[in-house]
Each structure stands twice: as structure tokens, then as C-alpha cells.
Design a binder for this molecule. Structure first.
Ligand code: DGY
Length: 330
């Protein structure tokens, strides 16, 4: 089995593939491959381990229809045309679950950082503004007993809610495509409409997947429904919020603050005005970036590739319909 890996990944994943006898091509250049480069690179391969935002659309999938499978090293798969993959009979897998702890930690970190204007305060030292002690200055907001609204109560949202409940006795609201009765019991959480989530949350944290329904959902109309004291957190995908509308809402104090681990586009321009607002904390998409989590993601992606080697279904398959025997490969 010849496997192309689009980045250098943690050794744990690499070694699994090597030990199983795979011939690995690792793309080590520190830049995004163009789609044509990726198509060319896949020509001599049997499987692709895709890391990063490579666009896996109908064109790519048609050109690469000889692939036995594609393993993403990410939980999100908004860069993949799943229906086209199924049409071309290419199984695609992701790495769900293993990054929930690390990503919810970043949401938690951003919640606290924004509530205390931490990044701006740090920069104020660098600006030489740490002057005399003023008991009325630099005041933040405490989060104890506040209402946390989760948009998308999956594994990451659940982990964040558990942490916020344990640490700060927060009340939990959520909005989802489907109700989660089990989670409601564990968290004592209340299912609310999208508008109620906007209106009632003190901290609103986004954990849904990016889809045509969620793209741009957090826009000026949504921010206008939120409390002026509310904090908006997004650790999911940047294009779920409208960045110009968010900037306007923060400048005009429509909401109190925002914490972003994801931006639109990525990377964010280093001169972006959001970076200079006192009530904003931005991180460069580091939700899953811990030694432990990245290693688990690499192993999970490698295990999905190894299933192809054994002619078995990929354990974390995104398009299980692909295994339906009635369909023919295009
Ligand atoms: C994911 O796995 O989807 C994270 O956003 C890292 O890309």
C-alpha cells in the first residue's frame, strides 16, 4: 500500500503505517499544496492521509478515483464533498472524539481570557501602560453561575459544558439539530430555540459543524439578539460567524467580547482590526494542538488507512454508504 501524507505528522501515526509495510511519501514542504499538485502527487498512491484544509471536491475525487480511501487527520470534514466521494466509491474517514478534551480546553481558556480582557491586558504591559494601581480600572466579568449556551452539543460542547458546570456552577442551555436527552440529564441542560440561545446566553460557544445551514449564521442579526454583556466564543469553524458583523458588534458594544480560535479566512491577517480590540482574544486554530491529542489523531488516521490495507471498512468512516454493494464505482 502506497500512502501519501500531506504533512509531517506525529511519529506514532507514521510508525504504525511503516510497521504495517506501507510505502509512505511524506510531503514535508511548509506550505499548502495546490489542488493540482495534490492530484499529481496522488497519481502513484493507493491512499491519502490528508492533513489541513486540502479541498477534496468532486474534481479532486474524480481525478483521484483510483484511491482506495482517504483518511483525514481532523474531526471536521467541511473541506470534503462527501456525496461526491460516495459517488466515486472512495471511503473517507475522520478523527472524531480524540480532540474533544483539548478543543474544549481552548474554548474554556478563551471564555476566561475574554471575560478578563487577558490578551489586551498582556499587551498593555508591552505598551508600558502598567501604571499605578487603580481599583476601578481593568475590571473583568466573573463567570460563576452564568449561563453557558452551547450551539452544537456534540462531544466538544459536552466536554466544555461539564467543565463549566464543575468549575463555575454554570447553567447550561443548548441548541442542536436533535435533542440530546442523555446530555440534558447529565448536565441538567435545557434545550432552547436558536433565538432563545442568543437571547439568554451569557457566554455562547459554537461547536457545530460547518454546513450550508450554519455558514454565516452568527451575523449582525444574531449578534443584535444577544445580551450586551454576552461573550461569543468560536472554536469550530471561522465561516460560521460573519467577521465584519462581529467586528461591528464588538466596536458598537452590541456584545461584550469574543474569543476566536478560528477565523475567516485562516490565517488571519496580522493587521486585522479584531486583534486590537480590548474585548477580543484570538488564537491561531490551536484547539487540538497538544502533544497528546495530535498523537491520538495521527494514530486514528493511520488506523483508518490500515483498515484499507486489510480490505476492512474504515473504523471512522464518514460515508458508510460507500460500502453498499449495490452501487457501482464511477
Ligand atoms: C478539526 O479536527 O477539525 C480541527 O479543527 C483541527 O483542524
Amino acid at each position: 500500500m502506497r500512502v501519501l501524507i500531506t504533512r509531517v505528522i506525529p511519529e506514532s501515526g507514521f510508525q504504525l503505517l511503516e510497521a504495517a509495510g506501507c510505502t509512505i511519501t511524506r510531503y514535508a514542504e511548509r506550505r499548502e499544496l495546490s489542488q493540482q499538485e495534490l492530484i499529481n502527487a496522488c497519481k502513484q498512491q493507493d491512499a491519502l492521509l490528508s492533513v489541513g484544509p486540502n479541498k477534496i471536491d468532486d474534481h479532486f475525487l474524480w481525478e483521484s478515483r483510483h484511491l482506495k480511501g482517504i483518511a483525514l487527520m481532523s474531526a471536521g470534514y467541511d473541506n470534503v464533498d462527501v456525496a461526491a466521494a460516495t459517488r466515486h466509491r472512495i471511503p473517507v474517514s475522520n478523527t472524531p472524539g480524540v480532540l474533544s478534551g483539548a478543543t474544549s480546553d481552548v474554548a474554556f481558556l478563551l471564555m476566561l481570557a475574554v471575560s478578563r480582557n487577558a490578551f489586551y491586558m498582556h499587551k498593555s504591559i508591552e505598551r508600558g501602560e502598567w501604571g499605578f494601581y487603580d481599583p476601578t480600572a481593568n475590571l473583568g466579568m466573573e463567570v460563576t453561575g452564568r449561563t453557558l449556551g452551547i450551539f452544537g452539543l456534540g462531544k466538544i460542547g459536552m466536554e466544555l459544558a461539564l467543565k463549566c458546570k464543575a468549575a463555575y456552577q454554570m447553567n447550561i442551555l443548548y441548541h442542536n439539530r436533535h435533542r440530546q436527552p442523555e446530555a440534558e440529564k447529565i448536565l441538567n441542560a435545557r434545550y432552547v430555540s436558536f433565538d432563545e440561545l442568543l437571547q439568554q446566553s451569557d457566554i455562547l460557544s459554537v461547536h457545530a459543524s460547518l454546513s450550508p445551514e450554519t455558514k454565516g449564521l452568527f451575523n449582525k442579526h444574531a449578534f443584535a439578539k444577544m445580551k450586551p454583556s454576552a461573550i461569543f466564543i468560536n472554536t469550530a469553524r471561522g465561516s460560521m460567524h460573519n467577521e465584519a458583523d462581529l467586528l461591528g458588534a464588538l466596536r458598537n458594544k452590541v456584545i461584550r467580547g469574543a474569543g476566536l480560535d478560528v477565523t475567516d479566512p485562516e490565517p488571519m491577517d496580522r493587521h486585522h482590526p479584531l486583534l486590537n480590540l480590548p474585548n477580543v482574544c484570538v488564537l491561531p486554530h490551536i484547539g487540538s494542538a497538544t502533544v497528546e491529542t495530535r498523537s491520538k489523531m495521527a494514530v486514528m488516521a493511520a488506523e483508518n488507512i490500515l483498515a484499507l490495507l486489510r480490505n476492512e471498512p474504515m473504523p471512522q468512516i464518514i460515508n458508510p454508504e460507500v460500502y453498499h454493494p449495490a452501487k457501482n464505482k464511477s
